[in-house]
Write a new protein. Structure first.
Length: 434
């Protein structure tokens, strides 16, 4: 292995082209290096790979396999820089990630992939989740104001209910994109604290408040919702609606504003800003709903939804229910997207009880790379990357339609790497025809 340095003058290990790293090696490097680089010298995109905790490390390998596959068949190269991080890393090293990692993601990487954060019992001295500097610190510190969660049900994906696999929702009738505000709302203080840690700033502590009528110990989280934060999120929602084919039920492009404006002031502001932004998009239908009622409609008439925008905590909760419609968390990909930066992450988390068994579903991870290439392509005006991202989606769809190799969460017994290889092989064939 040869050594080189980043602009941050931090040591990096260079691997041979296209090589998939052994997982155990990642853990070993965690103590010593900020990153390990895979890929060729011809790379035109530098991707930070943050495997994180538990099963995040396994599905990250499948994400890298997809990047390697694209690189092997096209002119698009990816320099993949591995950055160890997370709760387990914190337990082993006393750091959530090596110093300079945040700056590397901000200043050196074109896009970021995150596996999962969360290790049982791993908390910071202040009680916050260890690894929070990574996921929450990047959301706030890189100003990734939109958490974009596509909710699409592929053919061949059953729903697990009452311990049995059945088809409840119909493929073709579930295809929406939910945008959750990602930098403010109920998460604001925690996000801010996490970014402070990542950036080495002094920790933000929200001002003391008293609550008339409440005695004894009181814990609270301020829930600021700003005009600017709402406006940019809603605008992205309308832009995304313009690039889609409308709602499954009627093909109409529609953006739904989901809030609780019958009760909270923050939501009243959110809805007012939504209505203002909507006037700039006369060709797109608007729709309003309260979050509690939306939970019913999401399950009963998902076909009505095209794009949905919501505040931080409501969006967090609603999208996990949305994941049920798409076949579970193993199918749920996400993008944390701002104007300059973005990280892409499967939403299932580290799933410690399944870790190390090569059994979890890599599709959320693979589709996170699909989202990454779509984002990179649109951002840089590289139409071919957008096309390649569609081929990844088609390869996933083919694999699932075929139905022969499904992981346990979809009723099969296939391995994580087996599914990853099958999808990568399908992608190879499609790319060869490009
Ligand atoms: C998510 C997760 C995170 C969140 C956790 C891990 C902090 O649930 O990405 O949806 O609450 O935002
Ligand atoms: Mn969540």
């Amino acid at each position: 292995m040869e050594y080189c340095s980043t602009a941050l003058l931090l040591p990096i290990i260079k691997g041979s082209s296209g090589q998939i790293p052994p997982l155990s090696a990642n853990i070993q490097w965690a103590r010593v290096h900020v990153g390990a680089t895979y890929g060729t010298a011809m790379s035109d995109h530098r991707i930070a790979i943050l495997p994180g905790d538990g099963t995040g490390r396994e599905v990250a390998v499948e994400a890298m396999r997809i990047l390697d596959t694209v690189q092997a068949h096209t002119n698009h190269g990816f320099e993949q820089v591995m950055i160890p991080c997370g709760g387990q890393h914190y337990k082993e090293t006393g750091e959530e990630w090596a110093e300079g990692s945040f700056e590397f993601c901000r200043d050196e990487a074109d896009a970021i992939y995150l596996g999962a954060i969360g290790h049982p019992g791993s908390r910071l001295p202040n009680g916050d989740l260890a690894g929070g500097s990574v996921i929450l610190g990047m959301r706030s510190g890189l100003d990734l104001y939109a958490n974009v969660r596509p909710i699409k049900l592929y053919e061949g994906v059953p729903h697990k209910v009452h311990g049995k696999f059945t088809q409840i929702w119909e493929p073709g009738l579930v295809d929406m994109t939910v945008l959750r505000e990602n930098t403010e709302g109920l998460y604001h203080s925690l996000l801010r604290r996490s970014a402070d840690r990542a950036l080495g700033r002094e920790e933000y502590i929200p001002p003391e408040m008293t609550f008339p009528g409440l005695d004894g110990e009181v814990a609270y989280d301020p829930r600021p919702i700003s005009v600017n934060g709402t406006e940019r999120l809603v605008r992205m929602g309308f832009e995304i609606a313009q690039s889609r084919n409308g709602a499954p039920v009627d093909g109409i492009s529609r953006v739904s504003c989901i809030d609780k404006s019958n009760v909270t002031r923050g939501c009243q502001l959110f809805r007012r800003v939504f209505d203002n932004v909507a006037t700039s998009y006369p060709g797109i239908e608007t729709d309003h709903g309260y979050i509690d009622a939306f939970m019913q409609w999401l399950t009963r008439t998902p076909e009505y939804y095209d794009v949905v925008v919501s505040s931080n905590m409501f969006g967090d909760i609603a999208t996990d229910l949305g994941a049920v419609l798409q076949g579970g968390m193993g199918m749920a990909a996400s993008g944390n997207i701002g104007d300059k930066h973005a990280f892409f992450e499967p939403v299932h988390g580290s799933a410690p009880k399944h870790a190390g068994q090569n059994k979890v579903n890599p599709i959320a991870s693979i589709n996170s790379i699909q989202m990454m290439l779509d984002w990179l392509g649109r951002k840089n005006g590289e139409e071919e990357l957008v096309q390649i991202s569609k081929l990844i989606d088609e390869s996933v769809a083919d694999h699932l339609r075929d139905g022969k190799s499904l992981t346990y969460d979809l009723g099969g017994s296939a391995t994580c790497s087996g599914v990853g290889e099958s999808i990568a092989n399908r992608l190879s064939s499609r790319l060869s025809e490009l």
